[in-house]
Ligand binder design. Structure first.
Ligand code: ADP
Length: 405
């Protein structure tokens, strides 16, 4: 008889709480999921799904009420008592956590100690852990860190060329984020490529010539980051000490001249205002007054020059990063698009790939246009191009089981 192996995943954000329940005993079935959003506001809402049933309810309360609501829902459907372990998304693991880790009192202390590196995330992640432990005190709770996948980077990639003491005394280095997404989509991409007919595998298929695999993953959502992955291990990524570095994003600038801070300061801008501007009023929003890619593509189609420029900058910076990561790995065998923009904006994928023919990157217009929730190959050149829907919850569940089994 197959016994159930239920993993509850929790992703606590500053105003949201997302959960999923996976049964990993036979396959990887997601048996329930939901989201409590706008926690703390008068317009709070909760969506709770199980089987074909979807409940949408107004929600007023704090994170503790949200955990209680989810607990009640799972109890009602007789799932709560079947949960074998809880996997928690934790944004920053610093250098202390390079693997998913069972949460002890000591681990909680360390997550708290790392809060200055992720002030918007770690404290609320920790609160989620503490609340869930009250609801489910008798099962293991595991922290799965966004930064952990990038812990394989070498010092030449993760150190910044700044005074050594900044690193040794204050932990100033590149950590990288979106790790669960990069891990998940690169694993799926490798599986898809291994199963594909020879001609469709790109240069990874010619095993005699190459016995390694060089993948560039592009997580393009509201936040955007890329990772260079060699034989399954991350060797570089675009986000850094904070999730502000790297690619142009919805409201975040990504890379700018480090001298910009002192220039704006010389004009009278405070550090807090500068930080807010680069995080919340820059990127696509800063250039075109709109951060939603779907809306921007429509604006561009109607002739908006600002939208045209914002998208051109987004694409140009992405192409340069792909080139840089190809150089870092002595070539590239596959690039993988994921997250809201990467999974859905076919037009944009084609534009990114257009200037990359020199790397063997070419998309098949026909395959690129297909809408699907399945992982798929859309390339027609020697370097493969894939679209892989991300599933951070499943990756957290897999990581959790890997620690407790
Ligand atoms: P988050 O980082 O908040 O998880 P998502 O991964 O959901 O974000 O990505 C949100 C982005 O995806 C938005 O810019 C949105 O406009 C874009 N997006 C979603 N669907 C489409 C689509 N069909 N075409 C273009 N962009 C899309």
């Amino acid at each position: 008889m197959v016994t159930s192996l239920m993993i509850l995943t929790l992703n606590a954000g500053s105003s949201s709480l997302k959960f999923s329940v996976f049964d990993l005993s036979a396959g990887e079935d997601e048996v329930a999921n939901g989201l409590v959003e706008r926690i703390g506001s008068a317009e709070g809402r909760a969506t709770l799904e199980i089987g074909d049933e979807t409940q949408r309810v107004d929600f007023q309360g704090d994170h503790s009420d949200a955990v209680e609501l989810i607990g009640k829902f799972l109890r009602k459907h007789e799932l709560l008592n079947k949960v074998n372990a809880v996997g928690h998304r934790v944004v920053h693991g610093g250098e202390a956590f390079q693997q998913p880790t069972v949460i002890s009192a000591e681990v909680e202390k360390t997550i708290n100690r790392l809060s200055p590196l992720a002030p918007l995330h770690n404290p609320v992640n920790l609160q989620g852990i503490q609340l869930a432990k009250q609801t489910l005190p008798d099962v293991p709770h595991v922290a799965v860190f966004d930064t952990a996948f990038h812990s394989t980077m070498a010092a030449q990639a993760f150190r910044y060329p700044v005074p050594q003491a900044w690193y040794s005394e204050h932990g100033v280095r590149k950590y990288g984020f979106h790790g669960t997404s990069h891990a998940y989509v690169s694993t799926v991409a490798s599986e898809v490529l291994a199963k594909a007919p020879r001609g469709a595998r790109g240069s990874t298929g010619s095993g005699a010539k190459r016995n390694h695999q060089r993948i560039i993953t592009l997580h393009l959502g509201n936040g955007c980051s890329a990772a260079a992955i060699l034989n399954g291990a991350c060797i570089d990524t675009t986000m850094g000490l904070t999730p502000l570095e790297g690619l142009m994003m919805g409201t975040r600038s990504g890379d700018v001249d480090p001298g910009l801070a002192s220039y704006m300061h010389s004009l009278g801008m405070s550090v807090a205002d500068y930080d807010r501007a680069l995080n919340k009023a820059s990127g696509l929003l800063g250039i075109a007054g709109e951060n939603d890619m779907r809306a921007l593509l429509e604006m561009r189609a109607k002739g908006s020059e600002a939208a045209q420029l914002a998208i051109a900058m987004f694409v140009y910076r992405l192409r340069k990063t792909i080139g840089a990561f190809a150089a870092a790995m002595d070539g590239v065998d596959a690039i993988v698009f994921t997250a809201g923009i990467g999974e859905n904006a076919a037009e944009l994928r084609a534009e990114v790939c257009e200037g990359l023919g020199f790397l063997g990157i070419k998309v098949s217009m026909e395959k690129n246009a297909v809408r699907s929730s399945e992982a798929r190959i859309i390339g027609s050149g020697s370097c493969q191009v894939l679209v892989v829907p991300t599933n951070e919850e499943l990756e957290i569940a897999r990581a959790t089981i890997g620690v407790i089994e």
